[in-house]
Design a protein around this ligand. Structure first.
Ligand code: ADP
Ligand code: MG
Length: 240
């Protein structure tokens, strides 16, 4: 579903993605771990071209990433993205936030988009809040709306970049629960997180990044019990 081949990326002199090769088959859940500054966000952002790469190839469901125009907009619509900051439209209701993409980008009739939005708000457990503005919701609720909004585009893959890092601790689980159920339903997911419980529970694979490189690519059990690199051992010793 996601294919990255020989991907290189620099910011000036800083080599942030060093020869990244990564294949994520449909339905797989990949958790990306690594210290701050190791290139995790840049990796995510390169997948929908929020960050252009220097060289290499990226394709989604067999389609090479277009560089611009309508084809790029189409591809971006296939890749749902959820960030640390929820980025909801502050002056639109929860329902409108979720309806907007399908109407504007997919050309869906408003009535149909509303039905879809309601069913997704139901699914993330927040339908009763549909007429409120984002600021009237808690952080955990807003992040669940952000997930519903991404799902409304019927994405082929969902990227999560530290979706719970900005939340108060008591709200982390309500968001992780939604992500876990998505994973169980077979969504293809790439998840950058520091939530090791989620990684153990939901991941099919763990990718460990350090200094712009994929240092380990393992099933969770192997990664957490017998990491092979010194850098992963060091990382785990600091967080577990
Ligand atoms: P992570 O998400 O693992 O913390 P990032 O992908 O955000 O890492 O960043 C990788 C490196 O690239 C860091 O050293 C960061 O400072 C740098 N970086 C990220 N974005 C930019 C940018 N737009 N311009 C210059 N440097 C950047
Ligand atoms: Mg980051």
């Amino acid at each position: 579903m996601v294919s990255m081949v020989d991907v290189q990326k620099h910011f000036g002199d800083l080599h942030v993605l060093k020869d990244i090769n990564l294949e994520v088959p449909a339905g797989q859940v990949v958790v990306v771990l690594g210290p701050s500054g190791s290139g995790k966000s840049t990796l995510c952002r390169s997948i929908n071209r929020l960050e252009p790469i220097d060289s290499g190839r990226i394709s989604i469901d067999g389609v090479p990433l277009p560089s611009e125009g309508k084809a790029l907009a189409q591809l971006r619509a296939d890749v749902g993205m959820v960030f640390q900051s929820f980025n909801l439209f502050a002056h639109k209701t929860i329902l409108q936030n979720v309806m907007l993409g399908p109407v504007k980008v997919r050309g869906m009739p408003a009535k149909k988009a509303e039905e879809l939005a309601l069913s997704l708000l139901e699914r993330v457990g927040i339908a009763s809040q549909k007429d409120k503005l984002p600021a009237q919701l808690s952080g955990g609720q807003q992040q669940r709306v952000a997930i519903a909004r991404a799902l409304a585009m019927r994405p082929k893959v969902m990227l999560f970049d530290e979706p719970t890092s900005a939340l108060d601790p008591e709200m982390v689980n309500e968001v992780l629960d939604v992500m876990t159920s998505l994973a169980k339903e077979g969504m293809t997911m790439l998840v950058v997180t520091h939530e090791m419980g989620f990684a153990r529970r939901a991941a099919d694979r763990v990718i460990f990044m350090a200094d712009g490189e994929i240092v380990e690519d393992e099933v969770p059990d192997t990664f957490f019990t017998t990491p092979s690199s010194a850098r992963a051992k060091d990382f785990l010793s600091k967080i577990l």
